[in-house]
Design a binder for this molecule. Sequence first.
Ligand SMILES: [Zn+2]
Length: 199
Amino acid sequence: MSVSFPDLLDPRKAVAQRSVFEGEMAMVRLPRLSKLLWQGEDSRASSSAKALNAVHYRFEFGRDADGRSSVLGQVAAKLPLCCQRCFERYDLVVDTAVSLALVEGLDEAKALPAQYEPLMIEDRLMRASDLIEDELILAVPAIPRHPEGQCEPPPVPSTVAPLADIERDGRSSRTDRQRHPFATLAALKTQRDDTESQD
Ligand SMILES: [Zn+2]
């Protein structure tokens, strides 16, 4: 019998109980992933429409033939991405198999057979959604693009700013960032606090 993921999961207990988790999770519950996704429609779409962007998952905890604590699973989703050639939305279909082994240190991780990725267990409990989110983040290409030949770069506007202006602007924005080296850090921290307080 399978059930949906709890918010927090005890992976060792799940292995001992041979737990199977299966269900759908809304992408809005995966904040690290959400930052990589197409943002264009967010302001227009209702929250119920956004919730339709769901991930299907199935994870089986147990022991393999060598007695190793393992997690085998499947994560499937349609990720809305922003194409870096035409800057329009495109959907990347992801359907990936997951093969993890529970490890408690780097030495144990290095000794794993090739078919396993290490799942480092640091505390008794882990956030179950991290298992899904980590897989999907790995599936996002470094430079998302429509398949070759399916789109064109947008036409260059006729009123292009002279190169000198662009260079000067570029320099000034760099200087702004240098002047406030901790601004980005502070923004990140605020974001993280917000995310945590939602839980
Ligand atoms: Zn494109």
